[in-house]
Design a protein around this ligand. Sequence first.
Ligand code: NAD
Ligand code: UDP
Length: 336
Amino acid sequence: MGQTVLLTGGAGYIGSHTFVALRAAGHDAVVLDNFSNARADVPDRLEVITGAPVRVYRGDVRDGALLARIFAENAIGAVIHFAALKAAGESVEKPLDYMDVNLGGLTALLKAMREAGCFRLVFSSSATVYGTPEVLPVPETAPRGYANPYGFTKLACEQILEQVGASDPRWAIATLRYFNPVGAHSSALIGEDPQDFPNNLVPFVAEVALGKRAALNVFGDDWATRDGTGVRDYIHVEDLARGHVMSLGHLVETGQSHTVNLGTGRGYSVLEMLAAYGRAVGRDLPHVIAPRRPGDVAEVVADPSKAAALLGFRAERGVDEMCASSWAFVSRRRNG
Ligand code: NAD
Ligand code: UDP
């Protein structure tokens, strides 16, 4: 049966794609976002894509009174909690902001959910909780760690959820560990649209493709990988969005909490991703070799088998589709 799902951070990159996937699967969704990292016109674009009005509450996820009002005004059956600060580098400069938004946001939300009698939650975790993985591909049972305050907050959120989940059997909590989301919706109306400075590889590559940057800085070519550059498990954001719908379905059907990786199980190097983006654009994109980035790791690739066995989830789209959809989105944005 269709649920009304509250999406905190629902105007952001992954949240907006999940909004579309939920509607396509017969659910409805309500968005809470403070637009600190989202464009004001995302709700309008979601209306165009889904063909129905979008209910948006503009405010902060730490605002308990606002959360209470949202639960009072909507029959929320589940929450997907995307809202967070997510830039690892910035978190080193501003650790308290990360504790406040990421930990304070989660605890405010959990309290409001308990008050409202809503006990189904899907949480945006990250492969960052594996720190430097010792085993590749990395299974969910791998030891956890962190390398910066952002990673600390994701690990701490997982631990908060474990404590809260254990305290009351009514909680059904999904912890989804995303690998590297890239790409954009097939409509090219929504995608990754950083407000100021990109944090991740593909937005940097896009700026090179747009001519805003002369060349990609490749952070090290002396890693112990096949071409010396860092390897990651890139997953198309539409596949990732579908993973949320499947996880929610599992929570509703079984009431069972679960923790799963959402990745493809395949790794691509920085140079391989740059080449794939070049194929999408139709020309080779320039790069220069730069020093390693502090806190980086050589290779992170998901073991996706638990998500397949438990949820029936398999990523379907490859890197060419990821890069082509990203390019379609950023070139459309550039042209207004
Ligand atoms: P995003 O920044 O695009 O989306 C987050 C949204 O939350 C934004 O729309 C922002 O305006 C909103 N927000 C931030 N602080 C808020 C607050 N205090 N109150 C209300 N809204 C607030 O990021 P994303 O890439 O869509 O990431 C979503 C989630 O997934 C985050 O929790 C992030 O840590 C996690 N994650 C992202 C990645 C990635 O590479 N994109 C990887 C792993 C995990
Ligand atoms: N990377 C790079 N140049 C950039 C941005 C990223 O070489 O301008 C590399 C980075 O060192 C890593 C990979 O691209 O090997 C993915 O980086 P990203 O920040 O996107 O993801 P994360 O490291 O958090 O998995």
